[in-house]
Design a protein around this ligand. Structure first.
Ligand SMILES: Cc1ncc(COP(=O)(O)O)c(C=O)c1O
Length: 460
């Protein structure tokens, strides 16, 4: 077709977007932990009919391998190296349980409901962190009651937390979230510590926040224990230099906290944020992001005496990052092929409701075939969903087979993080089924697909 790229030479699109445990093509068919995705697809269809697709598929072995990358990296620190998982990336209860069993010590949450979910997944309340720029009273009460570690995000947040703790006659365990005004060199929507970001307090405000929690409104003391400092500069960070810079700022803040009344403060929480690497993705992703080992290596020499390093990754545990493995993909079925102008569209049954990141911040998720077709003709296509929005695309300019037709299966890669947890019911689309694959003949449905009854159940 005139103006459209058709190719049979470049073979890159027939390969996995990145090497690693969990995923492989065997005789041209994609396998997850040894299970053929074609077999899995048939099995889900048998049990769930049309609701069996699209499906979030998680590789258990990749998840375990990613946790190990972090725990190995933190190993030189012994008990002073702590891995916390950021629930916002993927809050599936069974995924949380699997992460905990694989060796994740703590859970980082951003809402009262995430605190409750982390507790349900078996995390001890004292091993839960609660971050938030706008905490509500019930969430603060819940956190203090259970001994959750809260971050102090602003002066008003500090006042609320100190006040609630005083009223409850309890002590709130806290860390101060700092905004170090560091450029993490990432998408503006993913940067959380630019000078004008909404998160945390600036260094010059630290003294004031500490004063608020020391003395409270009415001169009460000791209702807040400041255990340390927290910095998270954003997601999709590739360079270790950013983490070294963060450590220096955190060390200064920790010194100040110790001097201003909490001499035993020891926690340095440097957030999450490792970028992901996908082959064939243009732009900054060509830069190889740091591995967990390189990340810890950049931080370790700068850690102050007697401090505990806490990392709270999300994406790099449940999607992929640096040398980490793909944990999750979204399997979707082709509904049809159409062309408009010079564009060829592959319309699939998944949409921005399952993978919002391309529309939200231009994220690129590679798309490949579940079964690589024999057809030698390939073309550039936009993979789009059925949602009634022009922004509803899963990936643009993908090299896919011209033989694709209705019923064929594709996978959208690296969807384990910020996809299921960001899903919506827009267009009254139900939340997709989620599956963990553990072995060639073993998978568990860890979230059933929603149905119409679920969607109308809240209407009174
Ligand atoms: C405070 C905090 N910690 C950790 C994370 C996890 O980041 P990532 O998924 O990029 O590792 C986030 C995500 O934005 C966050 O806001």
């Amino acid at each position: 077709m005139e103006g459209q790229e058709v190719s049979s030479k470049d073979e890159g699109h027939k390969m996995l977007p990145v090497d690693g445990p969990g995923w492989s093509y065997v005789n041209g068919v994609l396998h997850c932990d040894g299970m053929s995705l074609e077999d899995l697809r048939m099995s889900l269809k048998k049990d769930y009919g049309l609701q069996g697709s699209p499906a979030h598929i998680y590789s258990y072995s990749a998840l375990v391998a990613n946790v190990k990358k972090y725990t190995d990296a933190l190993c030189p620190l012994g008990e002073r190296g702590v891995l916390s998982y950021s629930l916002k990336a993927n809050n599936n209860l069974r995924v949380l349980e699997a992460l905990r069993q694989a060796g994740v010590n703590m859970a980082t949450t951003v809402s009262g409901n995430e605190i409750l979910m982390a507790m349900k997944a078996g995390f001890a309340a004292t091993n839960i962190i609660y971050n938030g720029t706008g905490k509500r009273r019930w969430e603060v009460e819940l956190a203090i009651k259970h001994g959750v570690l809260l971050n102090l995000d602003s002066e008003f947040d500090a006042r609320l937390i100190a006040g609630v703790a005083r009223e409850m006659g309890l002590r709130a365990r806290c860390i101060v979230r700092l905004n170090p005004a560091l450029n993490a060199d990432t998408h503006p929507y993913l940067a959380t510590a630019l000078a004008d970001s909404k998160f945390g307090v600036e260094f010059h405000q630290l003294e004031r926040v500490l004063q608020v929690v020391r003395t409270g409104e009415s001169g009460d003391v000791e209702h807040v224990i400041v255990e340390g400092v927290h910095i998270h500069v954003g997601s999709a960070v590739s360079r270790t230099q950013v983490f070294s810079d963060m450590t220096r700022v955190a060390a200064r803040a920790l010194r100040e906290i110790r001097e201003r009344g909490w001499p035993r403060a020891s926690t340095i929480n440097l957030g999450g944020g490792l970028n992901i690497r996908l082959s064939g993705v243009p732009g900054k992703n060509d830069e190889r992001p740091a591995t967990p080992e390189q990340l810890v290596g950049a931080i370790l020499p700068l850690l102050p005496e007697g401090s505990t390093l806490l990392l709270e990754p999300g994406r790099s545990l449940v999607a992929t990052a640096g040398s980490c493995a793909f944990t999750g993909v979204l399997m979707t079925e082709v509904l049809g092929v159409k062309t408009n102008g010079k564009r060829r569209f592959l319309v699939v049954d998944a949409a921005m409701t399952e993978v919002i990141r391309p529309a939200l911040y231009g994220a690129h998720h590679p798309v490949t075939h579940v079964t690589i077709p024999a057809c030698q003709e390939w073309a550039v296509m936009d993979v789009v969903g059925p949602v009634c929005e022009s922004g509803d695309f899963l990936a643009r300019r993908c090299m896919l087979s011209l033989s694709l037709s209705s019923g064929a299966a594709l996978v959208v890669w690296a969807t384990g993080a910020y996809c299921s947890s960001m899903a919506s019911n827009y267009n009254l689309r139900p939340h997709a089924i989620e599956v963990i694959v553990k072995a060639p003949d073993l998978y568990t449905v860890v979230r059933r697909p929603e149905n119409f009854e679920d969607l109308i159940s809240c209407y009174l």
